[in-house]
Design a protein around this ligand. Sequence first.
Ligand code: ADP
Ligand code: MG
Length: 203
Amino acid sequence: MTAHERHPPHPVGGTIEVITGPMFSGKTEELLRRMRRATLAKQAVCLIKPARDDRHGTTDVVSHDLRRQPAIAVERSEDIERHLDSLDRIPDVVVVDEVQFFDLEVVDVCNRLADAGIRVIVAGLDLDYLGRPFGPLPLLLAHAEYVTKLHAICSRTGRPAHFSHRIEGGDDHVQIGGSESYEALSREPYNDVVVREHHRDEA
Ligand code: ADP
Ligand code: MG
């Protein structure tokens, strides 16, 4: 018997909220803010992150302005439900940071949790460093009741930034890093650098 069956949560009220945008746009800050408010409301909250995000050498979720919160680090999306089933009490709120690093199955996991009455809050990059939709994010945006798109500050123009440009490193799809490896750019400078880098690679 799963924990869902032992402690059926509220029959109604489950939703999916997506917080998205480029790196440095404040996704983690916003996720931690919503989490704090749920805790103030005496709701049980569970914070999850993918184990591959090991930027801070800890299982804490840490924002770029160094707010931190202990989290459960899991390898795969199926481990999310496995972890929840191991708890004595099903949380009212399940929060997942860096959700773009999970496989597509995470979309079904979020839907199942929301169907079971849980408020699901996920945060993740909408685009990868090449400007392509990132993993499960497009599907999560479609399934979510609520979507918040945030912007960073463009490091070249000071305008709202929608793109995460990889400054250094290889061309692996996933490369964990912070401000040493990525900068937030608005559309024009992003297109300029991508064209320049493309020509350099061709030369
Ligand atoms: P995300 O999770 O979207 O990567 P965080 O919530 O971890 O973002 O960090 C947001 C914080 O990053 C901002 O409040 C600010 O202190 C810092 N920051 C660093 N570079 C930038 C930038 N280019 N634009 C906006 N905020 C930045
Ligand atoms: Mg973040």
